[in-house]
Design a binder for this molecule. Structure first.
Ligand code: DX5
Ligand code: ZN
Length: 216
């Protein structure tokens, strides 16, 4: 089985010191930095805007994986592209003109992703699959770190693996929410490419050891 990329989420870091969080992530062997942008409307929480990402960019060697949990994501994509995002992922439930936004993100020279909440079926985004670099499957209702993974979401990962093969596509499949040492195995077996980890990562005393165990 291929080892997944690990994407620690700074949502569980000390918000007064993101630079320290970036250093800890780099040192752990995790390849990506997951940046959860929340607008206080699409989800009942607020985090940070593009300036934080601009300021953090020179402090990290990781791939910046921006997860927009916000309505009107078309108003935000360009700012996060300029801030140094590598991947820009928005929610299918928050966007109307998704083909256009995916094309705009590509025109900005960035990888484009779509995310679905646990109650949204894969069929909802099937028409978009050929235009995607990443599908981010939420395994919890987004808004907060430290929630429990909803196991039914793993069927969606298997479904996406099948569709990707049938259609000869190459998008990555990411799972976000409730990933820890006990849940990671099932998610890996479902065929995930990227594991997002917030609470488990920042609570782990030995982060490099955790990254190794999450990779399996
Ligand atoms: C949840 C965020 C996640 C979150 C995951 O709304 O999108 O990225 O940080 O955190 P854990 O791993 O703690 O569930
Ligand atoms: Zn996220």
């Amino acid at each position: 089985m291929k080892k997944p990329i690990i994407a620690p989420s700074v949502l569980s870091a000390d918000f007064s010191n993101f630079a320290a969080a970036a250093a800890v992530i780099d040192a752990s062997g995790a390849e990506w930095v997951h940046l959860d942008v929340m607008d206080g409307k699409f989800v009942p929480n607020l985090t940070f805007g593009p300036k934080m990402v601009t300021d953090l960019r020179p402090k990290s060697a990781g791939i910046f994986d921006v997860h927009l949990m916000a309505y009107e994501p078309d108003r935000l994509a360009e700012q996060f592209a300029r801030a140094g995002a590598d991947y820009i992922t928005f929610h299918a439930e928050a966007a109307v003109h998704s083909h256009r936004l995916l094309a705009d993100i590509h025109k900005l020279g960035k990888k484009a992703g779509i995310s679905i909440v646990p109650s949204t079926p894969v069929s909802y985004i099937e028409p978009l699959l050929p235009f995607l670099d990443l599908v981010l499957v939420m395994a919890v209702d987004p808004g907060f770190g430290g929630q429990e993974l909803i196991p039914e979401c793993l069927e969606k990962v298997k479904n996406l693996v099948r569709l990707r093969e049938q259609q000869k596509l190459a998008f990555l499949i990411s799972v976000d929410g409730g990933i820890n040492e006990s849940t990671a195995r099932g998610v890996r077996e479902a065929g995930v490419d990227v594991l997002v980890t917030g609470a488990a990562f920042f609570n782990a005393p030995d982060k490099a050891a955790l990254v190794g165990r999450l990779k399996g």
